[in-house]
Design a protein around this ligand. Structure first.
Ligand SMILES: [Fe+2]
Length: 424
């Protein structure tokens, strides 16, 4: 018997859960890896020494502007420009040069520049820092250096952006900056890593899959419950109707249910699907529904029926076929009622069909019906013994019964799959 695929197979579930858990662990490890890289960059300062290749134009022009001086490393460009210059600054006793030094750092790298400062090497030994902007300028006379620490506004120079800062300084000569040391840390936000977006896409895909899977499971569960309820309604309706049929014939109480049971056992042995076996159970329940149109006086007559009464009795097959003619939801239900008294040798009723011209369901019901008749007490006799029933089935193989179905039934009686009491 073929089995339907179970949507709730535990092996599939656990395999799917393992894959889901592993995939989310891998994605989280990816995010942690990016975070570790960011933290490592933030806690590992670098130092770039930049030497000014060009000092031309450092002197002040008449308008107080210069072309400036530029130092380039691959990732950073440092430019300094004297934008204003004056001599004989009032209030200063010696002749001095006052000048405004404009500095620009351009960040050409892929990373933001953070926690940075610059140390400018200066030739003068006697510099006064008059004022500064965008940073704090500290002159170290002993080492001839100026350390610039940026203020909050330019503490971070984003990738591709620049920051300007400067000071007004007074010195004996105008100063040409020759060397600058840039110290800082690299920072790249998570969203700047392509791997981050790949992980985000995978997480969205993962979450979408999980939601779709949950919705699918909920829908399947609802479908299963509805289907189960519908099957229960059908089954109970059929059983109730079969009880109604059997109640009319006082000698065959429970007959329809037993024929249904035997028919299902035979159908399973014939390799029918689960749905087909279920349906043949319904066909078995309904096979005698035509008896509802037979007068109770004939159905329950204790003695032998007259030929006329027997004709009426036989008409329960055609009556059943008419009653079930509109019942198309269960394939073969009409055939079960109409042809279950046909014989394999063609001597049955009502149409005298033979062999495999008789629908399979009717051949199955025919054997199951005869088996229950032989195994039930009648007003004129007790039920037959197990051995006699087996002998009857054996002797009528190929005449009354489909030989294959009869043999299957014999085998099941003999191996106990169909229990028949071995009384006298
Ligand atoms: Fe019948």
């Amino acid at each position: 018997m073929s089995k339907k695929r179970s949507y709730f197979a535990s092996a599939d579930d656990s395999r799917g859960t393992i894959i889901l858990v592993l995939s989310i662990i891998m994605l989280l490890l990816g995010l942690i890896g990016i975070k570790v890289k960011i933290n490592h960059d933030l806690s590992t300062p670098f130092s770039y020494h930049m030497h000014f290749e060009s000092t031309e134009g450092m002197a002040s022009s008449e308008e107080g502007n210069t072309d400036g001086s530029v130092s380039v490393r691959d990732d950073y460009t440092y430019a300094v420009n004297i934008s204003k210059h004056w001599l004989n600054d009032p209030g200063v006793p010696l002749q001095t040069n006052g000048a405004q030094y404009d500095n620009v750092i351009t960040n050409n790298s892929d990373y933001d520049l953070v926690k940075w400062s610059v140390v400018i090497e200066v030739p003068e030994k006697n510099i006064t820092i008059d004022s500064s902007w965008n940073g704090e300028w500290v002159y170290d006379k002993k080492n001839s250096t100026i350390t610039v620490t940026p203020d909050e506004r330019i503490a971070t120079i984003r990738s591709g952006e620049k920051a300007d800062f400067g000071a007004v300084m007074i010195s004996k000569e105008l100063m040409n900056f020759t060397d600058v040391n840039l110290t800082g840390c690299r920072y790249k936000p998570m969203r700047a890593f392509p791997l981050f977006w790949l992980i985000m896409i995978l997480i969205v895909a993962w979450a979408t899959s999980v939601i779709a899977y949950i919705l699918y499971r909920i829908r399947e569960e609802n479908h299963r419950k509805n289907s189960e309820r519908l099957n229960n309604v059908i089954s109970q309706t059929m059983t109730t109707f079969a009880n109604f049929i059997d109640t009319k014939d006082r000698y065959t109480k429970g007959h329809s249910a037993r024929v249904s049971y035997y028919s299902q056992k035979i159908a399973e042995k014939l390799g029918m699907s689960e749905d087909e076996v279920r349906d043949i159970g319904y066909i078995g329940l309904m096979h005698d529904c035509g008896k509802l149109a037979i007068p109770g006086t004939i159905l329950n007559k204790p003695g032998t029926l007259t030929e006329e009464e027997f004709d009426i009795m036989r008409s329960h097959t055609t009556n059943g076929g008419s009653i079930l003619s509109e019942f198309s939801a269960i394939e073969g239900i009409k055939d079960g009622a109409l042809y279950h008294h046909e014989r394999y040798d063609g001597k049955g009723y009502m149409e005298g069909l033979s062999g495999e011209d008789i629908p399979l369901v009717a051949r199955i019901i025919g054997v199951a019906d005869a088996l229950d008749a032989m195994n039930s007490d009648r007003c004129y006799r007790n039920h037959l013994s197990r051995d006699v029933i087996i002998a009857e089935l054996e002797n009528n193989k190929g005449t009354q019964f489909d030989p294959k179905i009869a043999q299957i039934t014999i085998d099941m009686i003999q191996n106990g799959e169909i229990f028949i009491e071995n009384g006298d």
